[in-house]
Design a binder for this molecule. Structure first.
Ligand SMILES: [Zn+2]
Ligand SMILES: [Zn+2]
Length: 351
């Protein structure tokens, strides 16, 4: 008889449904992972929870177990696995690609070009909001012993995405860094920027609860309530010059403009937050000041491997940014809280 497990699906009407599923059996090159921690991403709320908005790579297939930030332990390895085995602690890179297109060969399965084989966990294949998750071996990253399963879940999407953005603009001890939008992605960006050596970190945020959470992390030198005077204030905090580097994690039009205008001449800006729009005047805002704007989408799997190694070396713990934990039975409350925005990172934890 097939063994059963519970998993959460998102019908798209701001509710969560717990259903019974068969526990999958790993086939060739696949493993069965016992889920230990599974965090909720802003994109789950934006594209799935309230309404099924996404198309293509952001298209949620109704009835799929949600959650693309899982971390757990392999309980069974199928035939043909080459590197990973039963008992290994693993993070899932959250998109399974075809493995042979140019993007997959670069490690960016996020942008795999195969319509047939590209399937993201929690979107087009079952994800981490279930007691077990079936994964392809090639999508796994070892979770070092020094890191907790909650640390690993944070790396699966959020920290990887933030690290990629910071690597694109390059952050070192030379830099004052501005982070706009202090939700989970903004906090992760600040934690990594600090670990990478940034000598001053300034944040802006509109929601009071998030300002308080950000203050409590101790990651920021200055936190400003989002508003029309932010650019002037940030220049004052940086000798009148502006920051060297900035990262938008808000997806807000005004905050993105703040990022651009509060960055000094020759500075670099990265847009990480998804959706929305951005209006700016190319000549006075970027061209005449030799500024560069980068877009950054998720990360690649080799960088994720390097990131976990560095997180251990830096002695930081991404799980510190988790403000709320729920068991699977209370998964509805977890999504509702995340949708309210009045929280840091929200995790569903098992056992
Ligand atoms: Zn995500
Ligand atoms: Zn591919």
């Amino acid at each position: 008889m097939t063994k059963k497990m519970m998993g959460a699906i998102l019908p798209g009407n701001s509710t969560v449904e717990l259903r019974e599923f068969d526990i999958p059996v790993p086939g060739h090159g696949e493993v069965l992972v016992k889920t230990k921690s599974s965090t909720i991403c802003g994109s789950d709320i934006r594209c799935i929870y309230h309404e099924h908005l996404g198309k293509g790579p952001e298209g949620y297939q109704p009835g799929m177990i949600a959650g693309h930030e899982p971390c757990g332990q392999i309980v069974e390895a199928g035939p043909g696995c080459r590197r990973f085995k039963q008992g290994d602690r693993v993070i899932l890179y959250h998109i399974s690609g075809c493995g042979v297109c140019n993007d997959c060969r670069r490690g960016y399965m996020i942008s795999c070009t195969s319509d047939q084989y590209r399937r993201a966990y929690g979107w087009q294949r079952d994800g981490g909001m279930g007691e077990y998750v079936l994964a392809e071996e090639k999508d796994l990253v070892f979770l070092p012993d020094e890191l907790s399963y909650d640390d690993g879940a944070q790396v699966a999407c959020g920290f990887g995405t933030c690290y990629e953005g910071l690597e694109k603009i390059g952050v070192s001890g030379n830099d004052a860094v501005l982070v706009t939008g202090l939700g989970p992605v903004g906090l992760a960006t600040a934690m990594l920027a600090k670990a990478m050596g940034a000598s001053k970190i300034i944040g802006t945020e509109a929601i009071d609860e998030r300002i308080t959470i950000a203050e409590n992390t101790g990651l920021f030198d200055h936190i400003l309530k989002a508003g029309p005077n932010n650019v002037e204030a940030i220049r004052k905090l940086t000798g009148g010059m502006g920051v060297e580097k900035s990262a938008d994690c808000s997806a807000n039009n005004n905050a993105r403009l703040t990022c651009i205008q509060a960055t000094r001449k020759w500075g670099k800006i990265v847009f990480i937050g998804e959706g929305g729009t951005c209006e700016f005047q190319p000549s006075p805002d970027i061209i005449h000041y030799q500024k560069t704007i980068y877009g950054s989408w998720v990360t690649n799997i080799w960088r994720m491997e390097e990131l976990v190694e560095r997180i251990v070396r830096w002695g930081i713990h991404p799980d510190k940014l988790i403000t709320h934990r729920f068991p699977l039975e209370k998964v509805s409350e977890a999504y509702a809280l995340m949708a309210s925005g009045k929280c840091g990172k929200v995790a569903v934890v098992f056992e």
